[in-house]
Design a protein around this ligand. Structure first.
Ligand SMILES: [Zn+2]
Length: 180
């Protein structure tokens, strides 16, 4: 397994619409393992493939380090599609691709998600709580969107300098960042 450098705000790969995964190959399994290792090393709870420079519709999530969710199994999510949503929830979010920035974002509370797992088996599941939040955030990455784009214009203005600095590569994190 390997720890992969994380692409940050401004990187082209984070602006692209990622391509569907066609099959689970050994190469893809290795990427999944590397993504988990990279996420754990960075103390993240979710990571999308574009964040490690791979433009595929794949994400991993593990929220079990949070006490309340200790029993929640890690998830490998391939080609996700939100079929429906319910409710609304407001939560603070951060992103490994935007080190140091945390802001409150409102999103649907519950999602009905169609996806394939690491064996390429299809599932349709209702997902609530923090896992719903993480999946929605990571799914945005597959569509070239970042959570800071969901913020109101004032908050975005306040963040402008910080984001510009990240874009320039003028940023530090406790994990490896991809070179600009
Ligand atoms: Zn993110």
């Amino acid at each position: 397994m390997a720890i992969l450098p994380i692409y940050t705000y401004g990187a082209e790969v984070l602006k692209k619409t990622a391509k569907p995964v066609k099959a689970v190959s050994d190469e893809l399994r290795e990427l999944i393992d590397d993504m988990f290792e990279t996420m754990y090393q960075a103390n993240g709870i979710g990571l999308a493939a574009p964040q490690v420079g791979v433009s595929l519709r794949l994400l991993v999530a593990d929220i079990s380090m949070i006490e309340e969710y200790a029993e929640t199994a890690p998830m490998v999510i391939i080609n996700p599609q939100i079929l429906s949503t319910r409710g609304e929830a407001t939560m603070e979010e951060g992103c490994l691709s935007i080190p140091g920035v945390r802001e409150t974002v409102t999103r649907p509370k519950l999602i009905t998600l169609k996806y394939r797992d690491e064996n390429f088996e299809e599932h349709i599941e209702e997902i609530d709580g923090l896992m719903s939040r993480v999946i929605q955030h990571e799914l945005d990455h597959l569509n070239g969107e970042l959570f800071v784009e969901k913020l109101d214009s004032k908050t975005r203005r306040d963040l402008k300098e910080e984001l510009e600095a990240i874009k320039r590569g003028d940023v530090e994190a406790e994990y490896e960042l991809a070179e600009k």
